[in-house]
Design a protein around this ligand. Structure first.
Ligand code: IMP
Length: 202
């Protein structure tokens, strides 16, 4: 299962792992009521905490994702705080506008950004495995309404268009999350998931 309530992330994981023979469910689908603490300070601690806690409570293999956007000129801010830096009441749209305003105010001449994703896979029967992925871009006024979060303003250096403009499958060819999933697959840990744990409730 995926230790997230973020529907955008869950949708991406379903696409990225569709060739693997298991059903992916999110925290809400699993009836997981609790909050999963993010101890920080980094992505890795947060991804591991999410995966280990959900694996412990559900007894299922759990994938934790901690990700964020980093502004090069602002020494990587907001980074691991990307979902919370504007407070808990803010929407994705508020955070996107807020980030554009901050960059315009603090580093108008340098809009280079990077997405970072760190994944942790925790299994009841094995040690957890961590994988990283990044992708580079430039922050621009929003274009397109695809993707989620900061995607409409993330002009991908690889694709020359924003993640809001491209088809989901195109984002998957270069995204930080896709690259981290590829690293995880290379480690062999995904192939090792036992049969009984592949289709919870199904
Ligand atoms: P997390 O749930 O604490 O990992 O928060 C990740 C934050 O980074 C959220 O605000 C997301 O909107 C943002 N983020 C991470 N990956 C992406 C992405 O692929 N597209 C858009 N925003 C992302």
């Amino acid at each position: 299962m995926v230790a997230t309530r973020n529907r955008g992330k869950l949708t991406e994981f379903r696409r990225l792992l569709r060739d693997h023979p298991w059903t992916l469910i999110g925290l809400d689908d699993a009836g997981f009521a609790g909050d999963v603490a993010e101890p920080g300070p980094g992505y890795e601690e947060n991804a591991l905490a999410k995966a280990l806690e959900v694996c412990r409570v559900t007894g299922l293999p759990a994938l934790g994702d901690d990700s964020g956007i980093e502004v090069e000129a602002l020494r990587g801010w907001p980074g691991p705080h990307s979902s919370r830096w504007l407070g808990n009441a803010a929407s994705d749209a508020d955070r996107l506008r807020g980030l554009l305003d901050e960059v315009e105010r603090r580093s108008p001449g340098d809009r280079r950004v990077r997405y970072v994703a760190v994944l942790a896979l925790a299994r009841p029967d094995a040690e957890p495995v961590v994988a990283h992925g990044t992708c580079d871009g430039v922050l621009v006024e929003p274009r397109g309404d695809g993707g989620f979060g900061y995607d409409p303003s993330f002009l991908s250096t690889d694709l020359g268009r924003t993640f809001g403009e491209v088809a989901p499958e195109e984002k998957d060819t270069v995204s930080h999350r896709a690259r981290a999933v590829a690293r995880l697959a290379e480690s062999g840990v995904l192939a090792g998931i036992p049969e009984w744990a592949r289709n919870p409730g199904g």
